[in-house]
Every structure is written in C-alpha cells, then in structure tokens.
Ligand binder design. Structure first.
Ligand code: FMN
Length: 352
C-alpha cells in the first residue's frame, strides 16, 4: 500500500502540511536546522528541549532558544521540568514567543535531567505527569503535545498506561520513541508498541525512532496507523532525506549542493549564536555534511581545526567553487533578515 506523506493532518486546530516531523534534538535543533527542515518538506519542526526553570529565571541563553522566525511555522517548542505550575508559566511564555504547539518532554534519558524528576522519569510517576499536562494545557490556547519513551526500563510498556491518561489530561497529540530510557540509543525502536498506543488513544500519534528512509517511513505508517513519522539523526547534515521521505524526489546531493547548504547553515548559525558559540557548535555538523562518502575524510579534519567560520567557509567554497551560485540562489529565496520577525517580546528576552 502506497501511503501519501504529503497529506496534511492536525494537532488540535493546527494544520500540519506533511506527515514528516523534524525531531527535537538538543545541541542540534537551532533555528537554521528548523528552517532548513521546513524548506525540505518537514510539516512540523521542533525546538530542542528548553528548561522551564531557565525560562522562569529569565536565563538569557535559555530565552535565546525561544526565538522564532516567520518561516518556521508550524513550530513546536519543547519544554521540560517537573513542577506543574512552573511548566504552566513556561508554556505561557513559549506561546507568547510564537509557538504553534507546546511540546512536553517525558523522554529525556539523560541523568542531569532525570535526577531533577523531569524527562523520562515522569513515566514512572503518571500522576505528576498528568498534573503537568493539565497545568500546561490550562495555561495556553495552543495545543499541547507530549513526547515520550516506552518507559524507563528495558521491555517497559509504561507508555501504554501513561499515554491515554495524558490524553485525558489534555494532550492533543503524543509522540512515541519506543526505546526505554535505559537503552538510550542502543538496540532498535519497537514500533509494535507505537501501533498499540495508536489503538488506545483518539489523538494523532507520531512515530519516532530509526526512520531513515522513505521505505521505512511508509512501512511504519502502514503498520502502526500513526499520523506522522519523526526524523532525527537521519536528517543531521542530510536535509535531502526529508524531501525523499516526503515525496520520493530527494537525491544524493552533488558536492556543490552540500557545500551551499552547509555554508548557508554556518552563516545562519553565526547570526543566531554569535561567532564564538557557533564555531564550536558547528564542528559536529562538518562531519555530518561531508561524511556519507561525499568528501574525503581528511577534509573534515582540516575544517575542525580552523579558528573562524570565515576560514571554514573559504575552504568549503574553494573545494566546490560551483557552490557559490547555488548559495546565492538559496539566499535570494530565503526571506530577508528583516522579514524574519523575532516574535519574542523584548521584555521577555531581556528577562523582565
Ligand atoms: C543529539 C540528540 C539530541 C536529542 N534531544 C532531544 C530533545 O531535546 N528532546 C526530545 O524529545 N528528544 C531528543 N532526542 C531524541 C530524538 O528526538 C528522537 O526521538 C530520537 O533520536 C529517535 O529518532 P531517530 O532515530 O530518528 O534519531 C535527541 C536525540 C539526539 C540524537
């Protein structure tokens, strides 16, 4: 059965134009990544997880995560925390920042987060998880979604117990990454569990985990009844895969296309994070873009030791001179900088 991933679906009243969602990834999902995802066909993009305590305290770096560009919509901003009323407050700020959906993280397996009672730990405390969803849903007009793992321990089926209760508490959509928190990213995502969850709830379910090809996306949608698939690691340095998964027209990019996308990504990220933060942040992307047999391995090594992103850009364009005209074309097609409204009220960004 051929499944059309170009069909739209909805979370509450928010229409999502395709059945592919770009995953939230800490340390990856900057604005440039999200805008690129939308450009390559993702129907919904998501911020990385943002600490509700950081939002409450007006932490400047945290609030930077809430900057939304006009061409990102529809966009979900993900928050994490363990206190229902702080989460409700944070959700209000996230809505004011321009999020179309507030997403709650009940999946993070990292100790730094779980030891505070947030992330995946909440799957072991369904009452608190429901109080959080209810506080968040009661605080905002936009729909609220939840992203979770299967449970804490290997083989856990906690998501099947907790998921329906979260819907009752006000979740308008659930995303399931069916690995246990303990598994981190080992083993494989068991989408038989996604199918069970779909049968238990009457809201759209998004399937996350190991979706790296169009065939896999089609198979997971067909066998689970999920509304959409979420793509994470497969899209790192590889937006072309999103296009391929959505409509089958993706292709292995030429070296010029790779360089043009990477240089655009560098420029946008420098604008967002500043040169100092961006130059460290970007290093992992060089391997992601230039790997996959696209460029000889030593080329990446050359780039990661350069001091400035200007030097990186010069080296990249020297390696694929034809990329310059592609880059200019891409930049012409993007909304100009001043059309990108930062919908974040200045008073919030300033911590006031
Ligand atoms: C580097 C990295 C950071 C992640 N950060 C988040 C996050 O902030 N919030 C979240 O809900 N999931 C996060 N995830 C999980 C992904 O959203 C996704 O569920 C998981 O990677 C499985 O999908 P994939 O196989 O397509 O990568 C992260 C994953 C990776 C690899």
């Amino acid at each position: 059965m051929q499944i059309d991933l170009r069909e739209s679906w909805s979370i509450g009243a928010v229409e999502i134009p395709t059945r592919v969602v770009l995953a939230p990834m800490a340390g990856v999902s900057v604005q440039a990544f999200r805008r690129q995802g939308r450009r390559f066909g993702a129907g919904l993009v998501c911020s990385e997880m943002v600490s509700c305590a950081g939002i409450e305290h007006g932490n400047e770096k945290t609030l930077g995560y809430l900057r939304v560009a006009s061409d990102e919509h529809p966009l979900a901003i993900q928050i994490f925390g363990s206190d229902p009323s702080t989460m409700g407050e944070a959700a209000r700020m996230v809505e004011a920042a321009g999020a179309d959906v507030v997403d709650i993280n009940f999946g993070c397996p990292v100790r730094k987060v779980t030891k505070t009672g947030a992330g995946a730990t909440l799957l072991d405390d369904p009452d608190r998880a429901c109080r959080i969803v209810s506080a968040v849903a009661g605080s905002v007009d936009v729909p609220v979604s939840v992203k979770m793992r299967r449970g804490l321990r290997d083989g856990s089926r906690a998501c099947l117990d907790v998921g329906p209760r979260l819907v009752q508490a006000g979740a308008a959509s659930l995303t399931l990454h069916p690995r246990s928190a303990r598994q981190m990213y080992t083993g494989s995502a068991d989408h038989a569990l996604t199918a069970e969850l779909v049968s238990l709830v009457d809201v759209p379910v998004v399937a996350s985990g190991d979706i790296t090809s169009r065939a896999r996306a089609q198979a997971v949608l067909a066998t689970t009844g999920a509304a959409a698939v979420m793509v994470g690691r497969g899209a790192q340095g590889n937006p072309w895969t999103l296009r391929e998964i959505v409509d089958g027209t993706g292709h292995e990019p030429s070296p010029e296309e790779v360089v043009a996308e990477l240089v655009l990504f560098i420029r946008e990220t420098v604008r967002e994070l500043g040169e100092r933060r961006a130059s460290g942040f970007l290093k992992k992307f060089y391997g992601w873009y230039l790997g996959r047999g696209r460029f000889p391995r030593p080329f990446k090594q050359e780039l990661v030791v350069l001091d400035t992103t200007d030097e990186v850009e010069r080296r990249l364009l020297a390696a694929a001179p034809g990329a310059l005209s592609l880059l200019e074309e891409l930049e012409r097609e993007l909304p100009a900088g001043d059309e990108i409204t930062l919908e974040l009220p200045v008073s919030i960004y300033g911590g006031g």
